[in-house]
Design a protein around this ligand. Structure first.
Ligand code: SF4
Length: 203
């Protein structure tokens, strides 16, 4: 049975994407080779994991909550063999959402995939095609254009594509206005994104 390096597990609300506001059981796995300079979870790839848990231990703990779905995040969760963990959740009737940057080729079957590709890192085509929703984290107006240039060919058929301000820029009126204007210009599936859990002070 696989054992996973864990930063934290917790039951909270999903703060981003189309499931924002719903209760979700989070599993934050340790390790990320992508190393974004603005990463707000650097504890997921610096230092070491806080504990190791098997797929059954993780899924058993989640089943004590009233969650409908678990979110496996990181770090970059797909550097780990995730299918066993996904299956353990499914055996307990819990759906699984994956949050990934698309760093690895897709080799899992999950119920929902949120892909947050990065401008400075390679994104595997298999995730660009399979993702249900995309999330572009932007620090400047230029980055909005760069994301659309690099990934614009993959927007068709997505349930939503969020343009979200990097959190330290979430009060930057110019950037917020640029996001709004971009959404108004191009329409669906673009949406202005936000990190709801941070407004609620939820972890
Ligand atoms: S991919 Fe995610 S976890 Fe990894 S450094 Fe970037 S923001 Fe942080």
């Amino acid at each position: 049975m696989a054992v996973y390096p864990i930063v934290e597990t917790f039951y909270s609300i999903q703060g981003e994407g189309l499931y924002a506001g719903a209760g979700a059981y989070f599993v934050r796995l340790f390790g990320c080779p992508v190393k974004c300079p603005w990463c707000d979870t650097k504890n997921s790839w610096t230092g070491k994991p806080n504990l190791s848990l098997s797929s059954d231990e993780i899924a058993n703990e989640a089943s004590l909550s009233s969650c409908d779905f678990a979110v496996i995040t990181g770090g970059e969760p797909t550097i780990h063999p995730l299918q066993e963990l996904i299956d353990a959740f499914h055996e307990r009737g819990i759906k699984v959402h994956i949050e990934t940057s698309g760093y690895m080729p897709k080799n899992i079957e999950a119920d929902w995939i949120t892909l947050s590709p990065k401008l400075h890192s390679h994104t595997h085509e298999s995730y660009l095609e399979a993702a249900d929703e995309l999330k572009f984290i932007v620090s400047s107006e230029d980055e909005i254009s760069l994301y659309l240039e690099k990934f614009g060919g993959y927007l068709r058929g997505k349930k939503a594509v969020f343009i979200t301000p990097e959190f330290s820029k979430s009060r930057d009126a110019e950037l917020l206005n640029s996001i709004c204007e971009t959404v108004k210009l191009y329409g669906s599936p673009l949406r202005a994104g936000w990190q709801l859990h941070k407004c609620f002070g939820a972890i």
